[in-house]
Design a protein around this ligand. Structure first.
Ligand SMILES: NC(=O)c1ccc[n+]([C@@H]2O[C@H](COP(=O)([O-])OP(=O)(O)OC[C@H]3O[C@@H](n4cnc5c(N)ncnc54)[C@H](OP(=O)(O)O)[C@@H]3O)[C@@H](O)[C@H]2O)c1
Length: 338
C-alpha cells in the first residue's frame, strides 16, 4: 500500500523520522505492507515538493533544519513553493510548540484536514490551544489525528489506553510525564540537595532549559495529561480544566517532612473518570518507597492505568529524545493503516 507523507517543520524529530523511514524501509514494507513515501517538507522559508517522492538518502546528507531543505532544493535545481500545497495521505506536524497561539502547527493541521489528510502531531501547541476545533473537524471529515510523540515521545502513554485496554473500563490514569522535573526531584531526594542546586545541575547537563518555567510550573505535564485524557475518555476539555501545582511551589518544610517519613516526592499527573466527567490534576505528591512510581528516577517517565476489569497496568521508560519521538510519529502513521 503506497502512502504519501508531508512534513511541516524539519528539525530534530523530522530528521530522525526520515532516517528511520530510510533505514527501515524494507522492514516497514514487509511487516506492515506499507510503502511510505515523503512527498513534501515545509520549512521556515517554503515547501520542498517532489511528485514522486523526496530522495531521503540525498536529503539526510544535508543534516536537519530548514537550511537542509534549501540545500537539497539547490542541489536538485528545485524551487521551494511559497504557496504551500497540502497533498498526500498524512501530515506530520513537527514545528516548534507554541502553547499560546498554537501556530504555526494550527494552520498547517487545519489546512491538511481540509485537504483530506490525516494528521500526526509531534508538537503540542495546536492541540493544547485548539483541541475541540481540530478534533471536531477531523471527526466531521472522517479523518484521524494521532499524537503519541506529543505525549511523552516513546513512552506509549496513549497506545495502552487506546488499544491494550479495549476490553476494560478505565477508572484513572496516573503518570510522571515530565523528565526534567523528575530529574530535579530525584537529585533533591537522592543527593539531598535543595531545589535551586538541583535545577542548576539539570541546566548544566542540558536537561532543563535556561527558562525552566514550563517544566517546573507543571504546565508541560498538564498539557500532556490534557491530551491523554481527551483522547482516552473521548473529551474535548481545555487546559483550564487541569489543576496545576508545580515543583517550584514546594517549601523546604514540605520536603523535610516527606524525607522524615522515608518518602520521596514525584510530580504526578492524574486524571480520574467518574463515569461522566474527568478531573485532572498535576501536583508534587509524596510517594512511599513501595509505590512503583518511586523507582522511576532521573529523566525517566511512566504511566499507570487503573481499570475495573484488568486491574492496574504500569509502564515506564522509553526514549524521550528526537529519535524516540520520530519513531513514535512513525508508529502513529503505521497505526493509521492497520
Ligand atoms: N525533540 C524531542 O525530543 C521532542 C520530543 C517530543 C515532541 N517534540 C516536539 O516536536 C516538535 C519538533 O521538535 P524538534 O526537536 O524537531 O524541534 P526543532 O529541532 O526546533 O525543529 C523545528 C523545525 O521547525 C521549523 N520551523 C519553524 N517555524 C516554521 C514554520 N513556520 N514553518 C515550517 N517550519 C518551521 C524550524 O526551522 P529552522 O530550522 O529554520 O529553525 C525547525 O527546523 C516540537 O513541537 C517539540 O516540542 C520534540
Amino acid at each position: 500500500m503506497e502512502k504519501f507523507i508531508m512534513i511541516c517543520g524539519y528539525g530534530g524529530v523530522a530528521f530522525e523520522l526520515c532516517k528511520i523511514l530510510l533505514d527501515n524501509k524494507n522492514y516497514i514494507t514487509e511487516k506492515y505492507n506499507l510503502d511510505l513515501k515523503l512527498k513534501s517538507i515545509v520549512g521556515r522559508h517554503g515547501q520542498l515538493y517532489e511528485e514522486k517522492g523526496i530522495d531521503l538518502e540525498a536529503l539526510l546528507k544535508f543534516g536537519k533544519g530548514s537550511s537542509a531543505i534549501e540545500e537539497y532544493a539547490k542541489q536538485k535545481k528545485l524551487t521551494l513553493n511559497t504557496n504551500i500545497v497540502f497533498e498526500g495521505d498524512v501530515l506530520v506536524e513537527s514545528t516548534p510548540t507554541d502553547l499560546e497561539s498554537g501556530e504555526p502547527g494550527l494552520t498547517y493541521a487545519l489546512k491538511a484536514l481540509d485537504s483530506g489528510m490525516n494528521v500526526v502531531f509531534a508538537s503540542k501547541g495546536a492541540l493544547v490551544t485548539n483541541y475541540k476545533l481540530i478534533s471536531t473537524k477531523a471527526a466531521n471529515l472522517g479523518l484521524k489525528i494521532n499524537y503519541s510523540g506529543a505525549t511523552a515521545a516513546a513512552l506509549p502513554t496513549l497506545d495502552i489506553g487506546e488499544n491494550s485496554l479495549s476490553g476494560a473500563r478505565i477508572k484513572s490514569i496516573r503518570g510522571i510525564l515530565n523528565g526534567t522535573t523528575n530529574f530535579i526531584l530525584t537529585e533533591m531526594f537522592t543527593n539531598d540537595i535543595n531545589f535551586e542546586e538541583a535545577l542548576k545541575n539539570a541546566q548544566e547537563r542540558g536537561i532543563a532549559e535556561k527558562n525552566p518555567k514550563l517544566d517546573i510550573s507543571g504546565f508541560d505535564s498538564a498539557c500532556k495529561l490534557l491530551l491523554i485524557a481527551n483522547k482516552i475518555f473521548n473529551k474535548q476539555y481545555d487546559i483550564s480544566k487541569v489543576h496545576i501545582k508545580g515543583i517550584d511551589r514546594l517549601s523546604d518544610e514540605d520536603i523535610h517532612l516527606v524525607k522524615a517519613n522515608g518518602q520521596t516526592i514525584k510530580l504526578i499527573a492524574t486524571a480520574e473518570f467518574d463515569g461522566k466527567e474527568v478531573s485532572m490534576e498535576v501536583a508534587p505528591i509524596p510517594v512511599s518507597k513501595t509505590d512503583m512510581f518511586s523507582s522511576v528516577n532521573g529523566t525517566n517517565k511512566c504511566i499507570a492505568y487503573n481499570t475495573f476489569e484488568m486491574g492496574q497496568i504500569f509502564c515506564a521508560g522509553g526514549a524521550s529524545d528526537p529519535m524516540g519521538a520520530g519513531a513514535a510519529v512513525l508508529k502513529d502513521i503505521i497505526n493509521l493503516y492497520k
